[in-house]
Design a binder for this molecule. Structure first.
Ligand code: HEM
Ligand SMILES: *[C@@H]1O[C@H](CO)[C@@H](O)[C@H](O)[C@H]1NC(C)=O
Ligand SMILES: *[C@@H]1O[C@H](CO)[C@@H](O)[C@H](O)[C@H]1NC(C)=O
Ligand SMILES: *[C@@H]1O[C@H](CO)[C@@H](O)[C@H](O)[C@H]1NC(C)=O
Ligand SMILES: *[C@@H]1O[C@H](CO)[C@@H](O)[C@H](O)[C@H]1NC(C)=O
Ligand SMILES: CC(=O)N[C@H]1CO[C@H](CO)[C@@H](O)[C@@H]1O
Length: 520
């Protein structure tokens, strides 16, 4: 029988032994080495014991030039496969990009994608194949190139507002921070495209969403800031999928920083929820709507789409979140690389001067969409500085082994290669660290084919980005307009980009001086 006395004796014993037993269990899993992964070097001492080792590496950002994906990339230069979690391998050669993400791959998204289960499910975080393809079919046509026509006037209006803000900063010694304004541009354009709503972020110079919440309280939520903050929390603990909710509770209780970052997810959810409600109200009011949100409500025949409100909000969060970090990062990094490579900038200007006239206040899609050097400048920035640089986790199929870059990989293994690493494989990209748009101009060559096959800024295959056509429009029209109408100069010559990385890789600022160009 358990008496209070035995309990008194047992409690400290349990207190000491429980964590010890837990560690022993981890150690035995490690030593048992079911899949033979101990032959691969670990990323850090804990990688063979817990997937939180990966979250720890995400959080370790000693300075603005050192981030996880870059460190892992450096380590992969001496070891082509590194164990980054007990059941998770990261690859170092670009062949793995085809094997892991290509259309023929049987891999699926791993469990981490559907772990934040209090929210709804969206295209990006539905891991179940059949559910995903049904949702993707529902919305696919509203992301197709035919919609560029309807998006273009909205995007052009935002570029005009961006130009107004730049014009105000052309005089004197004013420093223009490209990152601030390009992020405002992208989030404004993404909400316009997704929900047909103008937030006036560029005109106001802020990303505040004003709304009345569930409890009737007036709120002002900063969209980009809140979207970013929740990544800081989620991308450290999400990897221990089974225990995610426990880590979420613990960090929320014991760390104010985490508590604020988790709150950020709720804030973003509430703010975008208010925009979705407003959008649904407009639908009820019989407004004719032609945005990618429409198929989530119903089709032209008046049939309900059967998508829950929670899922509608989750889809908007994904489209607006991705639609912000992706294009803003790519526009920032294209301008940055051009500034550091004046020869490429001159060449791009020549191409734009031949294609545009001073009547083109905003570069029209029709005139820029096929400009090869503009394309190459953007792709080369996406190659060196992909906005989603990290290891995108996939799980190999059950029951059979798969071959990835020549390695036989057992069933149910988590695998990945980062775009950062795939894009720097010297076997495919000569002088990989060099910004060289010309490498994309070798039309019809075998080399170009090889490069495109491992170029994965948008991932690839069935889980590749659905927003590529939106992105093409934003990037091409914005970069063309900026480079045609303005001269840029880094505030400090030779300045190097600073980054922060969680799920996405964010350039932190781009301090420049801007002058109007003489165009003729
Ligand atoms: C340069 C800009 C962009 C980049 C680099 C980018 C990158 C990516 C990447 C790497 C993925 C795969 C994510 C994963 O496997 O976890 C993805 C998926 C996705 N992106 Fe983008 N993205 C960009 C712009 C956009 C835009 C503008 C939108 C929406 C308007 C968007 C919506 C989505 C959606 C919905 C998915 C999930 C697709 C699915 O799984 O079916 N993205 N994107
Ligand atoms: C999917 O993503 C949305 C938006 O980022 C999030 O609110 C939701 O919790 C996620 N759902 C799942 C099941 O992970
Ligand atoms: C932003 O701009 C819109 C339209 O110009 C205006 O109605 C709104 O009050 C502004 N908000 C802020 C915070 O300036
Ligand atoms: C990898 O796969 C296993 C089982 O297939 C899973 O339990 C684990 O949580 C996965 N995630 C990571 C980040 O390793
Ligand atoms: C639209 O996106 C698809 C991939 O989703 C791509 O193959 C195609 O080239 C894009 N079209 C334009 C005009 O960018
Ligand atoms: C620390 C901890 O609670 N780990 C648990 C995480 O989830 C797995 C699977 O459910 C458990 O076996 C671990 O003990």
């Amino acid at each position: 029988m358990i008496t209070p006395t035995t309990l008194l004796v047992l409690a400290p014993v349990l207190f000491v032994s429980a964590p010890l037993l837990f560690l022993l269990r981890l150690l035995s899993i490690y030593l048992y080495d079911e899949k033979g992964f101990r032959k691969y070097p670990n990323e850090n001492w804990a990688s063979g014991l817990t997937p939180l080792a990966y979250g720890y590496e995400n959080a370790r950002q000693p300075n603005a030039y050192d981030f996880h994906t870059k460190r892992l990339h450096n380590a992969l230069q001496t070891n082509p496969v590194i164990r980054i979690g007990p059941n998770w391998l990261s690859f170092g050669r670009s062949q793995a990009a085809k094997d892991i993400y290509g259309y023929t791959s049987k891999n699926v998204k791993a469990g981490v994608y559907d772990v934040m289960s209090e929210g709804g499910a969206n295209l990006n975080n539905i891991s179940e194949k059949s559910v995903h393809s049904a949702r993707r079919r529902t919305v696919a046509s509203s992301y197709a190139p035919k919609n560029i026509e309807t998006w273009e006037p909205k995007v052009a209006a935002s570029i005009l507002d961006l130009k107004d803000q730049i014009d105000k900063r052309c005089a004197g010694d004013v420093v223009f921070d490209g990152v601030h304004w390009f992020f405002l541009f992208s989030v404004e354009a993404a909400i316009k495209i997704m929900l047909r709503k103008d937030m006036y972020f560029l005109r106001n110079g802020t990303d505040h969403i004003y709304f009345t919440d569930e409890k009737g309280k007036e709120r002002a939520v900063r969209s980009i800031d809140r979207f970013h903050a929740v990544q800081r929390a989620a991308s450290t603990v999400v990897w221990d999928t089974e225990n995610m909710s426990m880590w979420q509770r613990l960090t929320n209780t014991f760390s104010r920083k985490y508590a604020d970052n988790w709150q950020a997810g709720k804030d973003a959810n509430a703010a975008l929820g208010s925009l979705v409600k407003e959008r649904l109200q407009r639908h009820e009011n019989g407004e004719e709507l032609d945005d990618p949100f429409q198929p989530l409500v119903g089709n032209i025949k008046g049939e309900d789409a059967g998508v829950s409100f929670k899922d509608q909000v989750a889809e908007v969060e994904q489209a607006v979140g991705a639609g912000t970090d992706g294009p803003a990062g790519s526009i920032t990094m294209t301008i940055y690389h051009l500034l550091r490579n004046p020869h490429s900038l001159t060449k791009l200007r020549e191409e734009l001067d031949a294609a545009l006239t001073p009547q083109d206040t905003i570069a029209p899609w029709e005139k820029v969409k096929s400009l090869p050097y503009l394309h190459a400048c953007i792709d080369e920035a996406l190659r060196l500085s992909p906005p989603v640089a990290a290891n995108l986790i996939r799980r190999t199929p059950p029951g059979v082994s798969t071959v990835i870059d020549g390695e036989v990989i057992p069933p149910n293994t988590n695998v990945s290669i980062s775009a950062y690493t795939a894009h720097r494989d010297p076997a495919v990209f000569v002088n990989p660290e060099k910004y060289e748009p010309e490498r994309w101009l070798a039309k019809g060559s075998g080399r170009l084919k090889e490069m495109l096959a491992v170029f994965i800024p948008f991932s690839a295959g069935t889980r590749g980005c659905i927003g590529r056509n939106v992105s093409a429009l934003l990037q091409m029209c914005c970069v063309a307009t900026l480079v045609y109408w303005y001269e840029f100069e880094l505030e400090v010559e030779g300045w190097e980009m600073e980054f922060e990385e969680w799920f996405n890789l964010w350039p932190l600022r781009l301090p420049m001086r801007v002058r109007k160009r003489e165009v003729v």
